[in-house]
Design a protein around this ligand. Structure first.
Ligand SMILES: *Cc1c(COP(=O)(O)O)cnc(C)c1O
Length: 906
């Protein structure tokens, strides 16, 4: 399936093919173009040979795409035969740019080639009237008919188009189930599938391309017994659950009538159904996803003439456009923003706090789109979503297992709810002054410890960040299953602020909280799961030791487990929502029991004046992902993999910069597959896929840690250079690296821009070496050493002071952070000591204990080095003194450390 062309600058590792499958094809066309240029220049016969073989390779995947179509493709072959290198170059250029820019979605003229016999207007009627192009998609028809009939089927579907159709589509015809799955994987334009019963199974499962995906995406159902259509539909939904599937049957209608399986099909038709009826159903189903209930209503609202007598003078723009002084605001934003502003919850605008109408609808659609049971829109960021979930589910005194390196909203959530954090440590990456994720063993250890202390019943929640800021992705399913084996009623909160897009990657989806929760729920219903548990009980015996439990991959007792999973996403961080657009996704079998608390938490945290534009953008972001998320996410992956490759293999840039590989970001023990680098050309597909499936941690491919220490820059300086001089904005910085993120908005030119800039900077460094001689070089080297080697050890969480522990004797790790937080409100109970004063040494040695009064959070690295009530140790002082960052929240250099004084005995 993978082209191997020598000298091909675009050949890729296998993993690139797996993660960015729809981009495979664009890459191949780029290879054609590259060779076409070379052929045109040199006229060498050997290059022509290469082109011939690439075209042959391409032909086998062009089957799955409408554009450019066989006529156009044959024309290319003709140019080759006729030795017309100019014509070949012209046409291949046109095709490849059209494919990459997706211009064929919008512009009919590109479907036309010189000498193209077809009447172009026949193909995409939208261009006739120069109106705004209709949204375009493709329909995959899987048919039993002979190949000679396929063209006829395509034409027939074109024939039923009507001018008033809301969308426009082309048909891709395929002859068997295996090819259908390939089409689904490769062609991201496919929006619906029509199965004509009687098609073949195809390739008997020996297709190596599909074999690889089979390892992760379980479509083994294809091999099971009868009803191939049903089995194929099930497999398709595992890859792209959002797709609509129609069945044209002449026999199984009776079989399906009333059976729950038939719900997988949008509709079942008799084979002889009118083509128009099918056409309308296809469009209607797309419309269901296209619909944005809140946004649609908001647009209607904005169009109505309304006199407002409510608060919000800015509504309708009246206070703006007529003003002497602020009318520029109106010009800048345009009238629609103001027409769409309202403080009313009537007139079809619904209420975010008590939704009963279109917001409720929009939330239900989002839940379905993200694979959740429930969804709640939040207009104050995931900072608020997290606090809401913690407050809703925890009461004072509950224990929550919490990654200390998490976003501050979780720590504050504990303060608000009165829950006691039991901090667990992520593995440190000392060389880069950052943290990874929390090893599963650490999490299990903490649960077992709490069990041995008789406190397991107080542990209500495990709260982790997936992926972390730097891109560490958990094996969410395994973490939850093993924790549930120790305590079957645990609730999980997964902060997936960055990772919301992952639902639209068939490989990453299983590592999202919702993806794993679905898989666990499904597994619980299978008899094998109980058998596995019973088997494990036998092996473990009556009283297994902690060591045994830590070494075993624990399976939970399916009869006792409750799946209770919460996921929060900053939709604005990875999808097309306005800033602060966030969502809480819920899969909780006990939700009814916490529903009223959950609403209290919404009332506590949500503004009574939620921003309507943010709500609308959440609605629209969902629409986009449901209709084009699969392709957009694959593109983001492809771009990131390309950036990694270009930087790390560049002769000059790679001397100073490097995108850290998996092996640098994840210790070996957490990479059982041995995957060390996404662009490793020697890695097999199956190994890549195994890594994504089974490794304890993987790196989110779209997040790239770019080490810049060897170029003599600390992260912050480098970030500022890129922003000020080159207009490149980055995500975050750490001591000797910056974080780049590829997104659904990036395109291939962004790669070129970034590489160009890094090249300039690298050459500039080399020029300075030449001009300035040895002394400069030595100075440069010592500043590099300072950045790379002189790094402070990251201190672990020490402990809460005894007065904040329920039982000081038992040395429990969790503590009453809330009391400590409020003790600091009493000024007379606090004291300050300067960081560099020798008083600190005295106190460390002979007391009284130094107890932090507040959170101290340096940026970078951005985790709380102290929390209220925490005992300050020598390691923490050393770290603070070495820290040379400017931004430290909660610490004032001139005042010093704020401490809680020992209370005079009460
Ligand atoms: C950004 C972020 C948040 C906060 O989200 P906002 O939408 O900015 O409020 C929470 N958790 C993590 C891990 C984040 O990266």
């Amino acid at each position: 399936m993978i082209v191997n062309i020598s000298e091909n600058h675009n050949s890729h590792s296998m993993i690139s093919g797996v993660l960015a499958t729809p981009e495979l094809r664009a890459d191949r066309w780029i290879s054609v173009l590259y060779l076409a240029r070379k052929w045109e220049k040199t006229k060498e016969e050997s290059i022509k040979e290469q082109i011939l073989s690439v075209l042959k390779n391409l032909e086998e995947i062009e089957l799955y795409f409408s554009y450019p179509g066989s006529v156009c493709f044959n024309r290319l072959n003709d140019y080759l035969k006729e030795d017309d290198s100019k014509g070949f170059l012209r046409l291949s250029q046109r095709i490849s740019t059209t494919i990459i820019s997706k211009k064929f979605h919008r512009d009919v003229s590109v479907w036309d080639v010189e000498n193209y016999e077809d009447d172009p207007f026949n193909r995409l009627p939208q261009a006739i009237s120069h109106v705004k192009a209709k949204p375009y998609f493709e329909v995959l028809s899987v048919v039993p008919h002979a190949r000679s009939r396929w063209q006829h089927i395509k034409e027939e579907t074109r024939g039923v188009r009507r001018p008033e159709d809301e969308f426009i589509y082309e048909t891709v015809v395929i002859g068997n189930a295996a090819d259908a799955l390939k089409g689904i994987l490769l062609n991201s334009d496919i929006g619906s599938v029509v199965l004509y019963e009687g098609f073949e199974k195809g390739s008997n499962g020996k297709d190596s391309f599909l074999e690889v995906f089979k390892e992760v995406i379980d479509f083994s159902s294809l091999d099971e017994g009868d009803f191939l259509s049903l089995r194929l539909a099930q497999a398709i939904k595992k890859i792209r659950p959002e797709l609509d599937i129609f069945l044209l049957s002449d026999q199984s209608i009776e079989y399906f009538s009333g059976k729950p399986e038939s719900r997988i099909f949008n509709r079942i038709f008799y084979q002889m159904e009118e083509p128009l009826e099918i056409h309308l159903s296809i469009l209607e189903a797309i419309h269901v996803r296209y619909r944005t209930p809140f946004f649609d209503n908001l647009k209607r609202y904005a169009e109505r003439p309304i006199a407002t007598f409510h608060a919000l003078p800015i509504a309708r723009g009246k206070s703006v456009f007529t003003s002497n002084w602020i009318s520029d605001m109106g010009e800048f934003y345009g009238p629609n923003l103001f027409l769409a502003e309202s403080s009313a919850t009537t007139g079809g605008l619904d209420s975010l706090l008590e939704p009963t109408g279109n917001i409720k609808d929009a939330q239900e659609m989002a839940a379905k789109a993200f694979g959740a049971d429930r969804a709640f829109f939040v207009t104050n960021g995931t900072s608020t979503s997290n606090k809401m979930v913690l407050q809703a589910l925890l009461v004072p005194g509950d224990i929550v297992i919490l990654d200390r390196n998490c976003h501050k909203s979780h720590h504050y959530g504990c303060v608000l709810s009165g829950a006691q954090p039991y901090y667990v440590e992520a593995f440190p990456l000392v060389e880069y002054s950052m943290y990874g994720g929390v090893p599963l063993k650490t999490i299990k250890q903490s649960l077992l410890k709490l069990k041995s202390q008789g406190e397991l019943d107080r542990v209500k929640m495990v709260d982790l960040t997936n992926c972390t800021f730097d891109g560490h992705v958990y094996d969410t399913r395994r973490v939850m299953e093993e924790c549930l084996a120790i305590k079957p009623d645990l609730i999980f909160l997964w902060d997936e602020a960055w990772f919301g897009f992952a639902h639209w990657s068939p490989l990453l989806r299983q590592r999202t909280a919702m993806g794993a929760a679905s898989a666990i729920s499904e597994a619980l219903t299978r008899p094998e799961t109980l058998a596995a548990w019973e088997e494990q009980q036998k092996t473990l015996g009556e009283n297994p030791s902690d060591d045994m439990l830590l070494e075993t991959r624990l399976v939970p007792d399916p009869r006792r487990v409750n799946v209770r999973v919460y996921q929060t996403n900053s939709i604005h961080k990875s999808m097309s929502a306005l800033r602060q657009g966030s969502i809480v996704l819920v899969k909780d079998v006990k939700f009814e029991h916490v529903e009223s608390q959950f609403h209290e938490a919404i009332f506590t945290h949500a503004s009574t004046s939620p921003n309507l534009q943010i709500i609308a953008s959440l609605d629209v972001a969902r629409r986009q992902m449901q209709l084009e998320g699969y392709g957009l996410v694959a593109n983001a992956m492809r771009i990131s993999l390309e950036i990694r490759k270009q930087i790390n293999n560049h002769p000059v840039i790679s001397k100073y910069f490097k995108v850290l590989s998996n092996s640098e970001m994840i210790p070996e023990v957490f990479r059982k597959s041995g995957l060390s680098e996404y662009n490793d050309k020697n890695i097999s597909w199956s190994k890549a896929v195994e890594a994504i499936k089974n490794d304890e941690f993987i790196i989110d491919p779209s997040r790239m840690t770019l080490s810049c220490g060897h170029a003599g820059f600390d992260g912050t300086t480098f970030k500022n250079i890129l922003a000020d001089k080159f207009n490149i904005q980055l995500n975050k910085t750490s001591r000797n690296s910056v974080l780049l993120q590829s997104n659904i908005n990036n395109n291939r030119s962004d790669i070129a821009l970034l590489i160009g800039v890094l090249n300039d900077i690298s050459i500039d460094i080399e020029n300075k070496f030449q001009k300035n001689g040895n002394e400069y070089k030595n100075n440069f080297q010592s500043s590099v050493d300072e950045l790379i080697y002189n790094l402070p050890d990251l201190p672990n969480f020490s402990r809460f002071d005894d007065r904040y522990r329920d039982d000081p004797e038992s040395h429990t790790l969790h503590g009453d952070i809330r009391s400590a937080f409020y003790d600091a409100y009493d000024e007379s109970g606090c004291e300050y000591i300067l960081l560099n004063s020798s008083e600190i040494e005295k106190r460390l040695e002979s007391g009284p204990t130094l107890v932090s009064a507040n959170f101290v959070i340096p940026y970078p690295p951005g985790f709380p080095i102290m929390v209220p009530g925490q005992v300050i140790t020598e390691e923490i002082i050393t770290f603070m003194r070495k820290l040379d960052v400017k931004e430290i929240h909660g610490f004032n250099k001139d005042l010093g450390l704020k401490l809680l004084k020992k209370k005079i005995a009460e």
